[in-house]
Design a protein around this ligand. Structure first.
Ligand code: ATP
Ligand code: MG
Length: 555
């Protein structure tokens, strides 16, 4: 019976375990195979949480393997960053860290085995001819070199390896089925000649295996039981199985595919993300607007929020696009429980309590987190001059405005006192420079002594005599189009010009003066903020808004 509390991958694994067979006596063993040509993004996160998470659930193991089979641009910077990101999410590969290129020697030997079995041959069609001879759904492919004698193929393949031929002159192809309805099975190329330096192998090799040949071999050599990958490999599975069944690898892994993650208002492709970095559209891979793990981390995302997001979107076979606000929703939930509260005034204006004694200050006790009874309280200083948000005062109120205006309603200063607005002071240009109010000395803590009803809003504040300054960065979507990744769109022209707003001279509670990354807070009424891990210093504090308070996610 299918267990509906499990996803389809787990159901397959359960079947495999129940059957015994090729997995008898083996622990569930998966792998995560990133290509080290960029930083991990939230899409990779889905894959790695499935890989590491599935192994974890079954008490098995998950290897980390850098898929560097393709000798393209690869960098140790990426290798290090990938490891850091996976550790940050809370997963570990133990001592099972590998490179696909470490298996080049064995892969080469397996290719020779196939030639000797009459299952592979050296072909000399040019890339153009190859395309021309591919056939179509009604016509099989044509492969004129298919029946080349084994000895001749062995000789040519060795000479390909020895660098005797130019790029494109020869390929090694599997001999499978030229009439197959699956074009991947029409004698696919297994090896090609490339004169390009490999980041680990140097110039040792000038022939490189194709992913479809290398990957199943790497999986089998590592004893992987379940090779979980995204849906675009589904049509390649027959080839995966063919390789596993025709070379003498020590085990027979099973490939299972799941749908890729797509998120609206962003792009999830390393190539596109790299271009944003290289052409300066963002400040780097870790720009807090990027959907990379390092970007999300710097923005203030927690491992728990990302893991929870990936759990909840589930593992499915059908591609779908998840709403960005759902990712934000998951972060908000986590921070709502865990982030201590603080007061910060983003766009400050001075407020003077005219009947509060001059030169005096007092300490008020304010709750750190109403959702967490263990979070306790903190002391916040209060005096005659405060800062409040400029938008909490209007000289002429608009309908339903319940904040400060002359002769307006009594308002509550969060955790402090009740005040009434008396008026304001303006400069020669007519700009409000100071708001004047009186307070009720009997309302310490914020509640009236006589129980009267308070009609005005509760507003946040900081003590002007005892606060600190900070730069605060507010982020919006990186793209203003909901589907910048669509094939028919130039994603660069979809960039949102207003995705970053920088506020200077924001006024924060004094205790935030010593905040260092990755500290996170809920700034009352404004959102969740974290100390910027790169640019914040004790002399110049920088906070990022991770997410606003208002939930844009509609269930
Ligand atoms: P990109 O297009 O971003 O370069 P990729 O597939 O080439 O993606 P890899 O480094 O090869 O990147 O990916 C490592 C693993 O992550 C692969 O198993 C791949 O299937 C998976 N993966 C990549 N993007 C996504 C995504 N959006 N959703 C789910 N899995 C993904
Ligand atoms: Mg890839």
């Amino acid at each position: 019976m299918e267990d509906t509390s499990k996803n389809f991958i787990e159901n397959f694994i359960d079947e495999d375990i129940a059957e015994g067979g090729r997995f008898a006596g083996m622990k569930v063993h998966t792998r995560f195979p990133p290509e080290p040509n960029g930083y991990l993004h939230i899409g990779h996160c889905k894959a790695l949480i499935i890989d590491f998470g599935t192994a974890e659930k079954y008490g098995g193991l998950c290897n980390l393997r850098m898929d560097d089979t393709n000798p393209a641009k690869e960098d140790t910077e990426y290798v290090d960053a990938i490891q850091e990101d996976i550790h940050w999410l809370g997963f570990d590969w133990g001592d099972r860290f590998f490179y696909g290129s470490d298996y080049f020697e064995q892969t080469y030997e397996f290719a020779i085995e196939l030639i000797k079995k009459g299952l592979a041959y050296v072909c000399e069609l040019s890339p153009e001819q190859f395309k021309e001879y591919r056939g179509d759904t009604t016509k099989p492919a044509i492969s004129p070199y298919r029946d080349r004698p084994i000895e001749e193929s062995l000789d040519l393949f060795e000479r390909m390896k020895n660098g005797e031929f130019p790029e494109g002159k020869y390929t090694l192809r599997a001999k499978i089925d030229l009439a197959s309805g699956n074009f991947n099975m029409r004698d696919p190329v297994l090896y090609r000649i490339r004169y390009i330096e490999h980041h680990r192998q140097g110039t040792k090799w000038c022939i490189f295996p194709m992913y479809d040949f290398a990957h199943p071999i790497q999986d089998a050599l590592e004893g992987i039981t379940h090779s979980l990958c995204s849906l675009e490999y589904e049509d390649h599975r027959p080839l995966y199985d063919w390789v596993i069944n025709n070379v003498s690898v020590p085990s027979k892994p099973r490939q299972i595919e799941f749908a890729r993650l797509g998120i609206n208002y962003t792009v999830l492709s390393k190539r596109k993300l790299r271009r944003l970095v290289e052409e300066g559209y963002v400040s780097g891979w870790d720009d807090p607007r990027m959907p990379t793990l390092c970007g999300l981390r710097r923005r203030g995302y927690t491992p728990a929020s990302i893991r929870n997001f990936c759990e909840r979107i589930g593992v499915n076979k059908v591609p779908s696009t998840v709403e960005f606000p759902f990712l934000e929703h998951c972060l908000r939930e986590d921070l709502n429980d865990h982030a201590p509260r603080a007061m910060a005034v983003l766009r400050p204006v001075k407020l003077t309590i005219v009947n509060y004694p001059e030169g005096v200050s007092e300490e008020l006790e304010i709750e750190n987190n109403p959702n967490d009874p263990d979070a306790g309280t903190r002391k916040v200083s209060f005096s005659r001059e405060l800062y409040i948000e400029a938008e909490d005062f209007l000289e002429t109120p608009i309908p339903k405005y319940k904040r400060l205006y002359p002769d307006g309603p009594e308002c509550r200063l969060k955790g402090a006192y009740l005040i009434k607005c008396l008026g304001c002071v303006k400069d020669e240009n007519g700009n409000v420079t100071e708001i004047l109010a009186s307070y009720d000395p009997e309302s310490r803590g914020g509640d009236p002594a006589d129980g009267r009803k308070i009609k005005g809003a509760t507003i946040h504040w900081v003590d002007a005599a005892n606060c600190c300054d900070a730069e605060i960065r507010l982020y919006g979507n990186l793209f203003s189009d909901s589907d910048p990744d669509a094939a028919d769109k130039d994603y660069l022209s979809c960039l949102n010009p207003d995705s970053l707003e920088i506020l200077q001279n924001c006024k924060l509670e004094k205790m935030l003066e010593s905040a260092v990354a990755p500290a996170q807070y809920q700034f009352l009424r404004s959102g969740y903020f974290c100390v910027d891990s790169k640019d914040s210093t004790p002399e110049h504090l920088v906070f990022n808004r991770a997410v606003s308070l208002k939930d844009g996610f509609k269930k």
